[in-house]
Design a protein around this ligand. Structure first.
Ligand code: BDP
Length: 331
């Protein structure tokens, strides 16, 4: 009798272990930045929180350095197909699938970082984030992260809009950003993932690119293009995206945990961002990068040159653009 009981107990244990194992859902997250970059740190924190708060039911594997998808448009399409669960991407390529997102990343829209964050974490920004899912793009926006401001970096010195003429500049896969480059008189080159910018500068396929201090430094691009033009043309936030198709397979309560964990990582990323932004600036300056501070007149020329974007990409969003600008009165 005892033997039978022991066997039954054993069987129960084996079966329950098996059911625990099969109840674990493993989801992938794709990231173009290397380990240690602020967004990559946030991805891992997100994975850690989700595993902890779902008590191991959901495990997120983070793939950094663009190893899963080298271009964010590829990752976004994988999310739409349900082949990928999460991807931390820049808002620029998201607008190719959810055009409304262009309204929160128009050139020279924000006065400074505080203005941008008051908008993104206020009613306007949260509505745009929710619109990603409502647009039926197959994408779900979980939270915004910081990416500072973007600036051109080139192999040639630029002090005015006229100096931009004819330069071949790698831009993100975004029609609006391409248009902006053209309005400045340069030629936009798309289809190059951020990890391939350095090699394309050294082989002279492009004369440079544009990005924030951390990407310029972390990707090593500062070693190929030493002029960093502080024109601060855009403030493009990062977005942690999820796949709507994958969301549909997850228990509702667990999805609520996922959403809350994503929100929780925002402050974590912003803290890491602030530290990295300073460090990167110091590194590139020490390495001999030439930082061009545009004169007020030159900056005004850049701002004026890109204004047609507001008519083309801001059409239908006039009121919200005014509201975004009005938030800036407090800063
Ligand atoms: C960086 C963003 C990254 C983009 C990259 C780019 O963090 O998500 O992929 O720019 O220019 O600032 O492609």
């Amino acid at each position: 009798m005892k033997k039978v009981l022991a066997m039954v107990l054993c069987l129960v244990m084996v079966l329950s272990i098996a059911s625990i194992a099969s109840a674990e859902t493993v989801l992938k997250l794709s990231e173009v930045h290397a380990e240690g970059y602020p967004t990559a740190l946030a991805d891992h924190e997100f994975a850690r929180l989700v595993e902890e708060k779902t008590e191991g039911r959901i495990k997120i594997e983070v793939y950094t350095g663009g190893t899963l998808y080298g271009q964010e448009t590829e990752a976004i399409e994988a999310l739409q197909l349900g082949d990928l669960a999460f991807s931390r991407v820049s808002a620029s390529p998201v607008a190719s699938y959810v055009p409304a997102i262009n309204a929160i990343q128009l050139p020279y829209l924000y006065k400074n970082s505080a203005h941008q964050w008051a908008v993104l974490n206020g009613e306007i920004g949260q509505k745009f984030l929710a619109d990603i899912e409502a647009s039926e793009s197959g994408l779900v926006g979980l939270c915004y992260y910081d990416a500072g401001s973007r600036n051109f970096y080139l192999t040639k010195e630029v002090n005015s809009v006229a100096d931009m003429a004819g330069l071949k500049i790698r831009m993100q896969n975004s029609a609006m950003m391409v248009k902006m480059t053209e309005l400045l008189g340069a030629t936009a080159v798309t289809g190059i993932g951020p990890n391939d910018v350095y090699s394309n500068i050294t082989t002279k396929v492009i004369d440079g690119a544009e990005n924030n201090w951390p990407t310029y430094q972390n990707m090593g691009d500062y070693e190929a293009a030493k002029y960093f033009i502080l024109d601060e043309h855009t403030r493009v936030p990062e977005i942690l995206l999820a796949s709507a198709a994958v969301k549909a397979t997850i228990d509702e309560a667990d999805w609520a945990i996922i959403e809350a964990c994503a929100q929780e990582t925002q402050a974590f990323e912003i803290a890491a961002w602030e530290k990295k932004e300073k460090e990167s600036e110091e590194i590139v300056r020490a390495a001999g990068s030439i930082v061009v501070e545009l004169t007020e007149e030159a900056k005004a020329e850049f701002v004026a040159a890109v204004q047609p974007i507001y008519t083309e990409y801001g059409a239908g969003y006039e009121e919200v653009i005014e509201a975004i600008k009005a938030v800036g009165d407090d800063f």
